[in-house]
Design a protein around this ligand. Structure first.
Ligand code: SF4
Length: 66
């Protein structure tokens, strides 16, 4: 599945204003969004680790992807 998460406008908004309503909405939606899941799980482990730290994101650990 091709996704646009790398340059998602909502994500950029979150990164600028993480505590705003839209920023918090974006962060909430990645907990279950299939597009984000497809994007995130397509990344290298190093890229995933960076995003996990940046967004305090804990889903889709290696065992969940298999
Ligand atoms: S799935 Fe979520 S993060 Fe990805 S492009 Fe859509 S809204 Fe943005």
């Amino acid at each position: 599945m091709a996704t646009n998460c790398q340059c998602c406008r909502l994500r950029m908004y979150h990164d600028r204003k993480p505590k705003s309503l839209m920023g918090r909405f974006w962060r909430w939606h990645i907990n279950f969004c299939p597009g984000w899941k497809a994007y995130f799980t397509s990344l290298t482990p190093e890229q995933q680790a960076k995003l996990r730290e940046e967004y305090q994101f804990t889903k889709y650990q290696k065992t969940e992807q298999e």
